[in-house]
Design a protein around this ligand. Structure first.
Ligand SMILES: [Mg+2]
Length: 249
């Protein structure tokens, strides 16, 4: 894994908030959930990639080739992402968007399933970056986009760089749990190692800012400036989030 030598950090405000999906916005690892009885075998491959022991591309195609998920299986996974969204995910995205921020999902997961979570959270489909899978007319698996940078190590860095390039409002913050997120940290103004689902030791050791509360409300003060918190406090709809943020800290 090409680990960043040094990670800089600068305080909010930011223009764009970029969230990883699996084990960050949702408590599952999507591809593992497609595995059925083969889950232990597939999960072991995923874990090695997320811990940075092997490059992502070494497991990406292999896992999908073993599972060959149908269109119906991907749809079911989308519903599972929604059902396992972390506490206050919806409220956090709503608050960030009300402040005029761009909210993106950057995932090595399957785009069609991540779309379902994005829709639930109120993230624009054009702000979802993930990997396409293809299906035949009968809904059977027909491969994945093996050109996607998100199916290989270092790919999140590339995509995050292009997201940062169009940000005009204070730069990008990245929130994620895995080695592939840590790799992308150099193109963010802040990287938050998120351990509310899985606390990965090597990722936490390298990150300047960390959070291991199992409630996404705890991220709020790390993502917005004090004056932005005051703006949120003026609107009643954000009060449950603000209270939860205080409690979760
Ligand atoms: Mg993850």
């Amino acid at each position: 894994m090409a680990l960043p030598a040094r990670i800089d950090d600068s305080a909010p405000p930011y223009g764009t908030l970029v969230f990883d999906c699996d084990s960050t916005l949702s408590s599952i690892e999507g591809i593992d959930e497609l595995a059925g009885p083969r889950k232990p075998e597939i999960a072991a491959l995923t874990e090695r990639a997320m811990a940075g022991e092997v490059p992502l591309e070494a497991v990406y195609g292999k896992r999908l080739e073993l599972l060959r998920p149908s269109r119906a299986a991907i749809e079911a996974l989308g519903a599972q992402y929604v059902a396992t969204a972390l506490p206050h995910a919806v409220e956090l995205v709503r608050a960030l968007r009300s402040l005029g921020k761009r909210v993106c999902i950057l995932s090595g997961g399957i785009r069609q399933a991540v779309f379902a979570l994005a829709d639930h959270l109120g993230v624009d489909p054009s702000d979802v970056h993930a990997v396409d899978v293809f299906h035949g007319r009968d809904g059977s698996y027909a491969g994945f986009d093996d050109e996607s940078p998100l199916a290989r190590a270092g790919g999140k860095l590339e995509v995050l760089r292009s997201i940062a390039r169009v940000d005009r409002r204070g730069g990008v913050v990245l929130i994620g749990d895995g080695a592939t997120d840590l790799e992308a940290a150099p193109s963010a103004r802040r990287f938050i190692a998120y351990g509310g689902v899985v606390r990965r030791k090597d990722v936490f050791a390298r990150a300047v800012v960390t959070c291991d509360a199992p409630d996404l409300a705890a991220l709020l003060p790390l993502l917005v400036a004090t004056d932005e918190l005051e703006v949120l406090a003026q609107d009643k709809q954000h009060h449950p989030l603000l209270v939860a943020a205080r409690v979760a800290r």
